[in-house]
Design a binder for this molecule. Structure first.
Ligand SMILES: *Cc1c(COP(=O)(O)O)cnc(C)c1O
Length: 397
């Protein structure tokens, strides 16, 4: 079906996704559900454009139903939700915020902007997510130093869950709250089938255009503690106190999600399960069709969860494959296929030079060898076979 949009006249091909034979194949473009145009039209006709009214509230209810959290705030982005989380957790200048080093910069950026000190911990090879044993050991050391982190922020990487049970166990021992960055993990399940992020004090989701379902930009902050979300909602609306005039005890933000984008998100969310199934099928096809090539290994799915396979990530062993990750990326690029290196670890980013860390060698190796292949759920079988052919053509022999 590709990117054909049934709601557009003549089922026109949307401009963004170059279909492989005719243009560029993007990494993870938005995949329309079909109901977005009607949803936006209905919202416009209702007169509700502000981040108030029925659409954001309905979107929040749908996110709550999908994730199992008791309270949800829809925000302008996942990064805004992270910022609000750091505010309601009371992060102050000089506080330590601990996160895995293998993640997107947004995991810690708002905390750093608030004056916090990020501390980067390595990931483990079993799931590429925060190593709970390392975390437990580091927390014990920090307690001995009398300097526990203000918050620990594990990440559900590439649509697969961190070992949240083990991480919560390590943090509960010292009373350290956990904020789960599940921005890329809508639809992922952890042990016992709970949704990604569930169990953490706060969890963040993203509905950016490249995520598995999108609002065309947007995010959510969730918790089972309704008071935390009420506080976040207050800050998201410029911290207006209940008074006829403008009264402020603190300063806030304009972080509430617009009704139009909430309507888009509402049209997308019912397709979450189907999108997960499609992304998993894409991953399985890559793994099967590239299995004959030496020197390629795929991101492992940890035993405790069900990944969405948001992005299909492959590790390239240069000696066995006959080319390194960057050579393969450039070869694909020349064929019009977008691929991206795995996250560059944050401890290697100039923006965080000198930040304290524990380990990082596992993450550095994953960056050196990891390549994200096109994984959009709207990709056709022939799009994907084109990628597979291109990888084969570039392999040794
Ligand atoms: C996408 C993403 C974010 C940021 O979400 P936005 O909605 O783009 O601000 C944060 N963390 C991770 C791990 C992400 O993948």
């Amino acid at each position: 079906m590709g990117y054909l949009h049934p709601a557009l006249p003549g089922a026109a091909v949307l401009p963004f996704p170059g279909r492989a034979p005719y243009g560029r194949l993007p990494l993870s473009p938005p995949h329309l559900a079909g109901g977005e145009i009607e949803a936006v039209r209905a919202t416009l006709e209702s007169g509700w454009l502000a981040p108030a009214g029925p659409a954001p509230a309905a979107f929040e209810a749908a996110i709550g139903a999908a994730t199992g959290f008791a309270a949800t705030l829809a925000t302008t982005s996942g990064t805004a939700a992270l910022h609000l989380a750091y505010r309601v957790l009371g992060v102050a200048p000089g506080d330590e915020v601990w996160a895995p080093t293998l993640t997107f910069v947004a995991t810690v950026a708002p905390a750093v902007q608030m004056g916090a000190v990020p501390r980067f911990l390595d990931v483990n090879p079993t799931g590429w997510t925060l190593d709970p044993d390392l975390l437990a050991a580091e927390l014990a050391l920090a307690a001995r130093r009398g300097r526990l982190p203000r918050v620990v922020v594990p990440v559900d990487l590439y649509g697969q869950c961190c070992d949240l049970d083990a991480i919560l166990g390590a943090c509960d021992r010292w009373g350290v709250p956990v904020l789960c960055d599940s921005a890329a993990a809508m639809g992922a399940a952890q042990r016992g089938g709970q949704h990604a992020g569930r169990g953490a004090r706060l969890a963040v989701y993203s509905f950016n255009g490249n995520k598995i379902v999108t609002a065309g930009g947007g995010g959510a902050l969730c918790s089972d503690d309704a008071a935390l979300i009420a506080r976040a909602r207050h800050l998201a609306g410029q911290a207006k106190e209940p008074a006829a005039h403008y009264q402020h005890e603190t300063t806030g933000y304009t972080y509430g999600l617009s009704s139009l984008l909430a309507a888009v998100g509402l049209a997308q969310l019912p397709l979450l399960e189907a999108r997960v199934a499609r992304r998993r099928a894409i991953f399985a096809h890559y793994a099967q069709a590239l299995a004959d090539l030496p020197g390629l290994d795929f991101i492992p799915e940890p035993a405790w969860g069900r990944a969405t396979r948001w992005l299909s990530v492959v590790l390239v062993d240069p000696a066995a494959f006959g080319a390194d990750r960057e050579a393969l990326r450039r070869a694909l690029d020349q064929q019009g296929i977008e691929s991206r290196p795995a996250w560059k670890p944050l401890h290697l980013q100039p923006a965080f030079r000198g930040a304290p860390r524990a380990g990082g060698a596992v993450a550095a190796r994953l960056f050196e060898r990891g390549l994200c292949l096109p994984s959009g759920s709207g990709m056709t079988q022939s799009d994907q076979d084109w990628v597979i052919d291109a990888v084969h053509r570039h392999a040794r022999g």
